[in-house]
Design a protein. Structure first.
Length: 134
């Protein structure tokens, strides 16, 4: 059962991961376009905000697999009871301390940074676009 859950989470991550990388590349291109075409900023900001949720799902799936693989049911349930986002800190702890795989931990932190940078850029674009209209 444990292997099945880990395989499912990793399979979903492997499916969504390349889509998230493509969305990141598209976001970069769209943000550069928004610097040139001011009327499109709000719309591009909304698209970047949507892609940030895709980044969050990707991070959550990988964190779930790492947490469950490292700590089992106890760690997964504790992580899920912390508003569903507790699997990320548990996965960080598992990657750095239990598995002793710092590159995996740094990858998780990088994904976390991309998620929040995308959200702040999106909010800035939406605010800039709405300021230009009104």
């Amino acid at each position: 059962m444990r292997e099945t859950i880990i395989e499912w989470a990793m399979g979903a991550y492997q499916f969504i991961g390349p889509i998230a990388v493509g969305a990141l590349a598209l976001d970069v291109a769209l943000v550069l376009l928004a610097l040139i075409v001011r009327p499109w900023r709000a719309g591009i900001g909304v698209l970047v905000m949507f892609s940030s949720y895709l980044f969050g799902l990707t991070l959550w799936l990988l964190s779930c697999a790492i947490t469950f693989g490292t700590f089992g049911w106890f760690g997964l349930i504790v992580g899920l009871f912390l508003f569903g986002i507790g699997v990320f800190p548990m996965a960080l702890w598992g990657a750095f301390m239990r598995l002793e795989l710092p590159p995996l931990g740094w990858f998780l932190l990088g994904m976390f940074a991309v998620l929040w940078i995308a959200r702040f850029v999106a909010l800035g674009l939406i605010a800039s676009g709405s300021r230009d209209k009104g």
